[in-house]
Design a protein around this ligand. Structure first.
Ligand SMILES: [Fe+2]
Length: 130
């Protein structure tokens, strides 16, 4: 097994762009990854938006990709849906496991991924705070 790889992106905003962001044309390396590799979405994951069929379709689509998806919440999330998941410990920090390979990294945690430490924090100014 090779070393794990970490890729970072942001602002998926759910079904608006998840399919385009991670299709094999725009993210060709994706098909070479394994569940030991991580794609981190640094805010505005948005696939727990209304909890409808469309959300479920794309959560399932993303779960079936070869990698593990991690995300930090952004200003555009449905926090009621996120917080309905049980809090679990994972790699040293608190998470919500949304599916077997989509994990919400909660804020203010430190995770250790194969010797790399990752601190999760939110709170950037939002252009549409009101
Ligand atoms: Fe955004």
């Amino acid at each position: 097994m090779g070393r794990m790889s970490i890729y970072i992106t942001g602002d998926i905003h759910g079904s608006i762009s998840v399919g385009r962001r991670f299709n094999s044309k725009n993210f060709p390396i994706g098909k070479t990854l394994t569940k030991n590799d991580y794609v981190i979405i640094a805010g505005d994951f948005g696939l727990l938006w209304v909890g409808d069929r469309e959300d479920r379709y794309w959560l399932n689509w993303l779960t079936n990709k070869p990698w593990t998806t991690l995300f930090i919440d952004g200003n555009h999330e449905n926090f009621n849906l996120l917080e309905a998941y049980p809090v679990e410990e994972w790699k040293g920090g608190k998470v919500h496991k949304i599916t077997p390979s989509i994990i919400h990294l909660m804020r203010g945690q430190i995770f250790e991924l194969e010797g790399k430490k990752l601190f999760t924090f939110g709170g950037a100014a939002s252009h549409d705070k009101q």
